[in-house]
Design a protein around this ligand. Structure first.
Ligand code: ADP
Ligand code: MG
Length: 298
């Protein structure tokens, strides 16, 4: 393609909300035959909500949620925001909505959070976080986890002073058009893969809904980047689509990094292409534009 064609291509992209950072990014996109998608905030809307609570201890919901919110209010995680937002419901009549004080807050990346609230040790997170603290998970908690995961929800466990106290089910639905975008990519002979820090059960359910068969779950940020490199080593030209801090090593490793515009600054910084409208159709727009520029179709 001539420099003029590349300029036209990036210009057309920009007018459609697809920001292409230079000619190299536009050129690489037409060779892509494999796309790695992050789950939360990329395939899903990324604004999770609490949809179910199971109490395992004899306590009132208001107190239960005060202890959790006091812990989670110190976390930036979308799940933390969902939990704190939901907890506010139980104190709507309150004049002073401040949460109880939390000491010794600790965030365990990819697992959850803990703190001391009202002299009780509060742990909120996934199964491995609870097991790492040698806390027994009763059968009814396991059942609720499995049920949540089967419905593509994320189950979050809560322990108070070393004993399981409750389970929350959190739902983060697919973006509109996600399923269609994956099916169009399939017809373009492009393989789609999902990587996520979320658990296998939820990841498999979301994969089924969106039509992605190849999944990597319970992945750490380095493992997302490793997966990209592994695919490249087996001959694929790989695009990575992501929105989060967790995704930036993979966005850099990919042949084409695509950031969701509504995502974190660090993801946008790390990417070659920014999807300003934050929708998945624009992954196709970007590849189409590159193919047209470099194959002179139409
Ligand atoms: P993703 O890649 O899907 O954005 P993360 O790697 O950030 O996921 O988190 C993985 C899992 O760790 C979450 O699905 C959740 O179970 C648990 N987790 C992480 N942060 C928190 C938190 N602040 N509160 C509760 N659970 C959390
Ligand atoms: Mg994400």
């Amino acid at each position: 393609a001539t420099p003029t064609a590349v300029m036209v291509g990036t210009g057309v992209g920009a007018s459609q909300g697809v920001l292409i950072k230079g000619g190299q990014a536009l050129e690489s996109a037409h060779k892509v035959d494999c796309i790695v998608f992050d789950k939360t905030g990329t395939l899903t809307i990324g604004k999770p909500v609490v949809v179910n609570t199971k109490l395992l201890k004899n306590m009132v919901l208001r107190e239960f949620y005060e202890l959790i919110a006091a812990t989670e209010v110190n976390s930036e995680h979308p799940l933390a925001k969902a939990i704190v937002g939901y907890a506010k419901k139980f104190r709507e009549d309150d004049e002073n909505p401040a949460w109880p004080e939390a000491r010794d807050f600790d965030s365990i990346t990819g697992h959850g959070v803990k703190a001391i609230v009202r002299n009780k040790e509060i742990i909120v997170g996934n199964k491995s976080l609870i097991l790492d603290h040698n806390i027994t998970i009763p059968v009814d908690a396991e059942d609720m986890l499995a049920e949540a995961e089967g419905m593509a929800q994320t189950g979050i466990l809560v322990s108070i002073d070393g004993e399981m106290a409750g389970v929350l089910a959190i739902s983060d639905p697919l973006k509109p058009g996600a399923e269609e975008a994956i099916s169009i990519l399939k017809s373009m002979k492009i393989k789609s893969i999902m990587v996520t820090g979320d658990n296998w059960g939820t990841a498999n359910s979301i994969g089924k809904e969106v039509g992605i068969e190849t999944i990597v779950a319970e992945a750490k940020p380095e493992q997302k980047a490793e997966k990209v490199k592994e695919l490249q080593a087996s001959g694929y030209t790989v695009a990575m689509v992501g929105d989060g801090i967790n995704d930036s090593p993979a966005l850099v490793a990919a042949d084409v990094g695509m950031a969701i515009g509504a995502g974190t600054d660090i993801a946008i910084e790390a990417a070659d292409i920014v999807l300003m409208k934050s929708n998945l159709e624009d992954v196709i727009t970007a590849i189409d534009l590159s193919r047209r520029t470099f194959f002179h179709i139409r």
